[in-house]
Design a protein around this ligand. Structure first.
Ligand SMILES: NC(=O)c1ccc[n+]([C@@H]2O[C@H](COP(=O)([O-])OP(=O)(O)OC[C@H]3O[C@@H](n4cnc5c(N)ncnc54)[C@H](OP(=O)(O)O)[C@@H]3O)[C@@H](O)[C@H]2O)c1
Length: 243
């Protein structure tokens, strides 16, 4: 898919699952900026967070792992952008991913968000500090029974094995702030281009929405970093020097 119109020439219709969160709302805005039709899914108690978009989007309220909710929301969509969050200890993230994988229209572009901690294959290289932080967070989170990081990993395992047209975007640490443009990415965590480990949240969302029309990202799990970070700038200088 390489245009902002579907094959029939109509506007692209995209569903944002987890639309009321910070990343979700940025994705809704970027999709509207491209004149896409937008359907947002969020918990009923969070619908108010989407009020600013008025009638420019259709909201389907409900838990994102509820298959009936997802079936209704993704009907007729060209793409589904899903925020995978490791909330709860009852498979919320994997249930959400499974519902999207099973119920999105055949051939739809499916783009999921997660963090660098999700390894694609054995080729990601993590620093000892990063691994220790993830391990501590995983144990602490499980103790308070609010977050299950392993479930987000399970969600991605299912996506990697699916035959859909998926992309899993792996985010670095995030910060708020004005856009620096489309993040740069690498197939593998540990690539020096990623060393700064920071991305503006609005640009994470931009990358997710750009992936809808970038067929080069199908079956990729790009690890991203902000375009204006020192490691990305150093990489750009190296490439410039190499020409
Ligand atoms: N935060 C980071 O530094 C960071 C780093 C790397 C990658 N990421 C990735 O970026 C994405 C967005 O993360 P974010 O931290 O920026 O969060 P976010 O965009 O604010 O999204 C949080 C989401 O979790 C939902 N949520 C909150 N509490 C919940 C609960 N108890 N049960 C079910 N859902 C609940 C929110 O829904 P409501 O609106 O209904 O509350 C919202 O959709 C995720 O995929 C994350 O893995 C984040």
């Amino acid at each position: 898919m390489d245009t902002e119109r579907g094959e029939s020439g109509r506007r692209l219709r995209v569903c944002v699952v987890g639309a009321s969160g910070k990343l979700g709302r940025y994705m809704v805005q970027h999709a509207l900026d491209r004149d896409y039709e937008v359907v947002g899914v969020c918990r009923a108690k969070s619908v108010g967070k989407l009020a600013g978009f008025g009638d420019r989007i259709t909201v389907v309220p409900g838990p994102t792992d509820d298959r009936e909710v997802i079936a209704r929301a993704v009907a007729g969509c060209d793409a589904v952008l899903t925020v995978l969050v490791p909330w709860g200890v009852r498979g919320y993230s994997s249930g959400t991913a499974q519902a999207v994988l099973d119920l999105a229209p055949k051939g739809a572009r499916l783009v999921f968000s997660c963090g660098w901690h999700v390894a694609r294959d054995g080729r990601d290289v993590y620093s000892r500090r990063f691994l220790a932080t993830v391990r501590i967070m995983t144990v602490l989170a499980r103790l308070v029974r609010a977050v299950d990081v392993d479930d987000q990993v399970e969600a991605c395992r299912r996506i990697f094995h699916s035959e859909t047209r998926w992309t899993v975007v792996r985010g670095s640490d995030l910060e708020e702030g004005e856009s620096q443009g489309l993040p740069v990415w690498s197939r593998y965590v540990g690539d020096p281009v990623l060393a700064s480990n920071l991305t503006r949240r609005t640009d994470f969302a931009l990358f997710m929405v750009e992936a809808v029309t970038d067929d080069g990202l199908v079956h990729e799990a790009p690890a991203i970093v902000g375009r204006g970070t020192p490691s990305a700038l150093a990489h750009a200088r190296r490439r410039g020097g190499a020409r």
